[in-house]
Write a protein that binds this ligand. Structure first.
Ligand code: GTP
Length: 449
């Protein structure tokens, strides 16, 4: 259904299911998967190499907790390493200074600076209820000042109007003066887009930074730039003291590896990510969430949420209880399961995710909603006796059931053939309990669930 790194790791470790420890030998293939996946996510090669060394150090000799599979243990190690590498805590803005706290926004042309200035202003206003002023020192792009003025008025934040005949440093001086006079808490300064190789422009921004002494100098980076962004950020950091990075356009198809490389190479924290064109599309950077995105686990998280929201827990608990008391799983129980599964959209979906697909490898009757309806209809056409013991269903009864349920005889055969497999899954649930299976999966999921 989806081939996430997490899934690939589990698969490549499936053959060592009963070994107690991770060893250099049994994780060889899995390490290769990690390397491949990180490179596919556009993580810089040197970063991949260092990352792999760290993961190996932590994995080799690692004892496998009895309630986890080696795949889950390994995913936990990789996930923790990703979080650690991208900063092990969430990043907020530093605003603790004598007002006005100045935030300088810099970056290449088109990176998303102007939009981001408005987004940050809105974010600060919502979170801290501060008095905020915005200004633009972009005198090179004709419409830049107007663009920010319009955005500011849309979000109800005061704008210090500059004009293209002024020097950027003079706009900065005047805006700071104005902010002091009018007791603003925060001054956000937008700057023109520039290339790090443009010495004149880099000197200009240096002068602005030296004069304004910002508490935050945030480099806005377009995440779609890929590897080039790392070079650019390193060079900007040589000219200026950068306090953090904002990755924009993370809603695009851009690969998430840039977040890992950026932090590894520049050593700077990613403070925010832009997740769309709207003013509200700005989020504090959560290393945990990005780690999940790189691992492809965000999909798993939504599956779990779905299950938790939609599944009727008391029915499942009743069934588990019944099974534990020695009750044999029958087609009536299966019918109840089908109803739950229908809410989640597809039987194989459930079986695939929660039984590791170890037992049931074939589709039952296809994996769509339709198949579930068919199974339901077949079971409804059976007598209570047949539901308790389907092995008594012979040729003539099959024909009657097929007529009654509007299905083909081969559908009934397939269902009966697979019933044994389903019973095996239920035995697994009986031994482990559905809650334990869920817990195992949850243990490798983030705390913010
Ligand atoms: N999808 C998406 N688009 C974004 C995001 N951030 C900015 N943009 C878009 O990127 C384009 C450029 O954004 P601007 O804010 O004008 O970029 P800039 O860095 O100020 O550009 P210059 O002033 O020319 O240097 C605009 O169309 C924005 O709407 C984001 O997080 N996601």
């Amino acid at each position: 259904m989806f081939s996430s790194l997490a899934e690939r790791l589990s698969k490549s470790l499936r053959n060592i299911i009963n070994k107690g420890r991770l060893t250099e030998d049994n994780i060889k293939d899995t390490i290769r998967e990690v390397r491949k996946a990180l490179l596919e996510a556009d993580v810089t090669l040197s970063v991949v190499k260092k990352f792999i060394i760290n993961v190996k150090k932590k994995a080799i000799g690692h004892e496998i907790n009895k309630s986890f599979t080696p795949g889950q243990e390994f995913i936990k190690i990789v996930r923790n390493e990703l979080i650690l590498s991208m900063g092990d805590q969430d990043n907020d803005l530093n605003l603790s200074t004598q007002p006005p706290a100045i935030i300088l926004i810099i970056g290449l042309q088109g990176a998303g600076k102007t939009t981001t200035v408005a987004k940050i202003a809105k974010w600060i206003q919502n979170k801290y209820k501060k008095k905020i002023l915005i200004t633009s020192t972009d005198v090179y792009r004709a419409a830049a000042i107007k663009q920010l003025e319009i955005l500011s008025s849309q979000i109800n934040i005061n704008f210090y109007l500059s004009n293209i005949n002024q020097k950027p440093i003079n706009i900065t001086k005047e805006a700071i003066q104005h902010a002091k006079l009018k007791f603003y808490d925060i001054l956000l300064i937008d700057t023109a887009g520039r290339l790090h190789i443009d010495e004149k422009m880099m000197n200009e921004i240096q002068e602005i930074q030296n004069f304004s002494n910002p508490i935050e100098t945030l480099l806005v980076v377009d995440s779609m730039m890929g590897q080039d962004a790392i070079n650019m950020a390193t060079n900007f950091n040589k000219y200026l003291s950068i306090s953090g990075i904002i990755l924009t356009k993370t809603d695009s198809d851009s690969r998430s590896g840039i977040a890992l490389s950026m932090r590894y190479i520049t050593g700077k924290s990613i403070k925010f990510i832009g997740t769309g064109e709207k003013i509200t599309n700005l989020e504090i950077f959560h290393p945990e969430r990005m780690a999940d995105k790189i691992l492809g686990m965000n999909k798993v998280i939504s599956i779990i949420k779905d299950i938790e929201e939609k599944i009727n827990k008391s029915d499942i608990q009743n069934l588990t209880k019944k099974l534990k008391q020695g009750h044999d799983f029958n087609l009536n129980d299966f019918l109840m399961q089908i109803k739950e599964m229908k809410k989640m959209g597809g039987l194989n979906y459930f079986i695939d995710k929660f039984s590791n697909n170890e037992i049931l490898s074939n589709n039952l009757l296809g994996n769509d909603q339709n198949a579930l309806n068919k199974i339901e209809a077949i079971i409804y056409s059976m007598t209570p006796k047949e539901r308790n013991n389907p092995s008594i269903i012979k040729g003539s009864r099959k024909r009657r059931i097929s007529l009654g349920s509007g299905t083909q005889i081969q559908d009934i055969n397939k269902l009966l053939k697979n019933f044994d497999n389903i019973k095996k899954i239920m035995k697994k649930i009986k031994n482990n309990g559905i809650s334990k299976i869920m817990r195992n999966i949850k243990n490798i999921l983030p705390k913010h669930l």
